[in-house]
Design a protein around this ligand. Structure first.
Ligand SMILES: Cc1ncc(C[n+]2csc(CCOP(=O)(O)OP(=O)(O)O)c2C)c(N)n1
Ligand SMILES: [Mg+2]
Length: 581
């Protein structure tokens, strides 16, 4: 007769789970022992449960399959919360096991007592206490189905004594559903969408992460409508490549002509995007397509809301959409896009190859050049988001993930751990801020322990750069954002990781090459420029605000790498393009 813990691990195997991330401890021991004894599932020891949850989030994000993390009772599982919020916001299927104090002690203020079934409610679809052996394996199935079916986190709170008891019900052979179906819109909605697309003189498509797998359909629709195609940060990896209609990105980190294209079109079509910054949307003449009904219309009033997967909807509507003949709006926007990119690049990238300290944009552009065609980039919250958005060129095979919705620091390295375990053969690159790396520094030890060949590229500006920028923009003098220099290469070496520190721009290329080609774990500590945003001394508060605005524009409108080449080549395809240049 198996224990509840063994039965539970068996159910996880049936759901295709190959590993569980966490830190062992007391109430969790029966579960961990069941993993020890079970073929095909392993325990991945991390240094902080938060990192375990991030690693599971990355694995679920990249594979689309269920990933699992665990924390022991009380403090062990409260650590999970940051990574669980991240997974839940991203809608990726993660199951967390929060082990719990002995059932007979619940409610007595026992040692380490918390109430995980209350704590994790906000960052999960399903969060339940398993208080009897007889509830299993049913609750395990329900938790898994919630995570996969609704897309997000489920939490099972399991007291150690329950995990240890004998199972009361057979485990069964059934495997849970692990693939989601497609949401097909109604015929009426498809017809109405087609009518609006045909009636509008000019149409812009704005794409989010929900356009994954719909690249061909979007290109076909843009071709028929002569539509500019813009994207959010999360949509970029799915739609920006091989796209002759690209007008860039909208939002705080946006660039190019996306904002104008979305505001000047007669009709804006939001495709698979829950883009949160409503002030960047025109708030009129908008239709939206999304597989999640609850998202429709929550950022902007809609003329039409279509409930359907983007690919399925576009395949249906393409049959009814007529070819437009006038492409002047598209051509105007493509021309504007090139001009926007050219002017800022010229202004910002001069002398960048000899600029000391190393300019982060220079380093990011070389990283983009040298990285593998199918590399997975994990990106820290902070200025690394800006560098990745501008410089990492998508191609349909690369992946770029970050904490783009929850926006937490320190995600990149633990995300890289999950990514590398899920894809042992692929190049995984963690674009880490020095603040982010410092926050979960112990995960260097996880990388070393499991000999994960992740490549950690540290943008070490000795500053909380993004916040420095926010302070400047708000007219605050920057405060507590700059810190003493830390030699992360030395720390990594002490942890047993191959590492180099680079201070001169002339060494960046060779240093990145060496790091990327190193067969095992490797870190490159790039000492980057903290002064791009520094305030001249002795200036008034108003001047600070003015200066900050200018500095922000310089940085946020900064270089854009290979995007410019693509925009130039797209604009060359405009009939009469020579006139624009
Ligand atoms: C857990 C957490 N704490 C604080 C913040 C606020 N915050 C956003 S970016 C940032 C600075 C990040 O610094 P670093 O990792 O060095 O990146 P940089 O911007 O300097 O490139 C901070 C403090 C946050 N997003 N998450
Ligand atoms: Mg920094």
């Amino acid at each position: 007769m198996s224990t509840v813990g063994e039965q539970f691990v068996h159910v996880l195997r049936q759901a295709g789970v190959a590993r569980v991330y966490g830190v062992v401890g007391d109430s969790l021991n029966p579960f961990v022992d069941a993993i020890r004894q079970t073929e095909g599932i392993e325990w991945i020891h991390v240094r902080n449960e938060e990192a375990g949850a991030f690693a599971a989030a990355a694995e679920a994000h990249l594979t689309g399959r269920l990933a699992v993390c665990a924390g022991s009772c009380g403090p062990g599982n409260t650590h999970l919360i940051q990574g669980l919020y991240d997974a839940h916001r991203d809608g990726v299927p993660v199951l967390a096991i929060a082990s719990h104090i002995p059932t007979e002690q619940i409610g007595t203020s026992f040692f380490q007592e918390t109430h995980p079934e209350r704590l994790f409610v906000e960052c999960s679809h399903y969060c339940e206490l398993v208080s009897q052996a007889a509830q299993m394996p049913r609750l395990a199935h329900i938790a898994i189905q919630h995570a996969i079916g609704r897309g997000g986190v489920s939490v099972l709170v399991m007291p150690g004594d329950v995990l240890h008891r004998s199972a009361e019900h057979p485990t069964g052979e059934g495997s849970p559903v692990t693939v989601r179906g497609t949401v097909v819109p109604t015929d009426d909605q498809v017809r109405e969408l087609a009518e609006r697309l045909n009636a509008a003189r000019t149409v812009t498509l704005f794409c989010g992460a929900g356009v994954r797998k719909a690249h061909a359909e979007i290109m076909a629709l843009a071709g028929k409508l002569h539509s500019p195609v813009g994207h959010s940060l999360r949509g970029k990896e799915w739609v920006q490549y091989d796209n002759p209609y690209d007008v860039g990105m909208s939002g705080l980190l946006g660039y190019g002509a996306c904002y104008d294209a979305t505001h000047q079109a007669d009709l804006l079509v939001l495709l698979g995007t829950d883009f949160p910054y409503d002030t960047f949307l025109p708030q009129r003449h908008t239709v939206q397509v999304d597989h999640d009904l609850s998202r429709l219309g929550r950022r902007t009033p809609l003329d039409l809301a279509v409930h359907g997967d983007v690919g399925a909807t576009l395949r249906a509507v393409l049959l009814l959409v007529k070819q437009k003949s006038d492409r002047s709006f598209l051509d105007d926007m493509l021309g504007q896009h090139v001009r926007a990119l050219e002017s800022v690049v010229d202004a910002y990238t001069r002398n960048i190859e000899s600029h000391v300290p190393i300019h982060p944009e220079y380093a990011a552009s070389i990283l983009d050049e040298l990285a593998a065609d199918d590399a997975i980039f994990t990106v820290d919250t902070g200025m690394c988001n800006v560098w990745a958005a501008r410089y990492i060129t998508p191609n349909g095979r690369r992946r770029v993930i970050g904490s783009f919705l929850h926006g937490t620091m320190a995600n990149a390295l633990p995300h890289a751990i999950g990514a590398q375990l899920a894809y042992p053969g692929r190049q995984v690159i963690s674009m880490s801020g020095d603040g982010g790396l410092g926050m979960l520094l112990g995960e260097l030890l996880t990388v070393a322990l499991h000999q994960l060949p992740v490549k950690i590229v540290v943008f070490n500006n000795s500053a909380l750069g993004m916040v420095k920028l926010e302070m400047l923009v708000s007219g605050f003098p920057d405060f507590e954002t700059d810190h003493a220099s830390v030699d992360y290469a030395a720390i990594a070496k002490a942890a047993g990781i191959h590492a180099i520190r680079i201070e001169q721009p002339k060494d960046v290329r060779a240093g990145l090459e060496e790091t990327l080609h190193h067969p095992g774990p490797a870190l490159v500590d790039l000492v980057t420029d903290p002064n791009a945003l520094s305030i001249p001394p002795h200036i008034s508060r108003e001047q600070v605000a003015g200066f900050a605005l200018a500095a922000t524009k310089v940085v946020l409108n900064g270089g854009v790498g290979r995007i410019l080449e693509m925009a130039r080549s797209n604009s060359r395809n405009i009939p009469g393009a020579a006139l624009l240049r």
